[in-house]
Design a binder for this molecule. Structure first.
Ligand code: ADP
Ligand code: MG
Length: 236
């Protein structure tokens, strides 16, 4: 039985997909069997970061009842199983998000850890992902709009009874205008699992379609993500 972890934020562009993809690969590097699923079925871009774009069968086909989940699983870097959502707008229109819960259950037997990359906002896919997950990790940026959106997601997770594992503070550059990690922890009232710096290697790796922790393992952001993965495994 896998432990399913939803990665959400409320606000868009905080780095959910970057963290989900790289955390999955980092956990695999530590010997875990890992799957990562793109629940952002409208703006799918997990497949781009994992170097698996343009696959014929995707999650949207499964949600449309046109394929089985096994057909939409692809082997990515470090043996991570990737379930891409697919970028076809036509397929997205036919997808039924209600089926997501069933699909998530089917993946449980295949791996130790299932990472779910959520869309921004608190739409249907996010709610289903959070309610079916065992734990939630929030990806926030050190700014007030990101923190206030995260608070809404935390409130929802509490109502749904999902454990809140903690927050990852991403894109930290230590500018004076940024909220401090201490302030973030005080406002959110949840543990901060790690701090990932603003790092140009993130964009470079994405452009090559290779996860950061594979392409630039010594970069500051990759090291931070590896540390978070180690901490997560240690805590289990
Ligand atoms: P989300 O999934 O939350 O919308 P993404 O992971 O797609 O966010 O990231 C949004 C953008 O920010 C991408 O262009 C990504 O390369 C960039 N980004 C994310 N994290 C970092 C970081 N630590 N340093 C620099 N750029 C980053
Ligand atoms: Mg995303």
């Amino acid at each position: 039985m896998a432990v399913a972890i939803a990665i959400a934020s409320g606000k868009g562009g905080t780095g959910k997909t970057t963290i989900a993809a790289n955390l999955a690969v980092a956990l695999a590097k530590f010997g875990k069997k890992v799957a990562v699923l793109d629940a952002d079925i409208a703006m799918a871009n997990l497949e781009l970061i994992m170097g698996l774009e343009g696959k014929p069968v995707t999650l949207n086909d499964v949600l449309a009842g046109k394929a089985s989940i096994k057909e939409a699983i692809y082997k990515g870097p470090e043996g991570v199983l990737v379930i891409p959502a697919g970028v076809s707008l036509e397929k997205f229109r036919r997808a039924n998000p209600e089926k997501l819960e069933e699909v998530l259950k089917e993946i449980h037997d295949l791996v130790d850890i299932l990472i779910i990359d959520c869309p921004a906002g608190i739409g249907k896919e996010t709610l289903i992902a959070i309610s079916s997950a065992d734990g939630l990790i929030l990806v926030v940026n050190p700014e007030i709009s990101s923190i206030s959106d995260a608070l809404k997601v935390i409130a929802i997770a509490k109502r749904l009874g999902t454990e809140i594992i903690g927050a990852i503070v991403n894109r930290v550059s230590n500018e004076s205008t940024e909220l401090s990690v201490k302030a973030i922890q005080t406002i959110l009232e949840i543990p901060v699992l790690g701090v990932v710096p603003e790092d140009p290697h993130v964009r470079k790796a994405a452009a090559f379609g290779t996860p950061l922790v594979v392409m630039y393992p010594d970069s500051p952001a990759a090291q931070a993500i590896m540390e978070i993965a180690a901490k997560l495994i240690g805590a289990k």
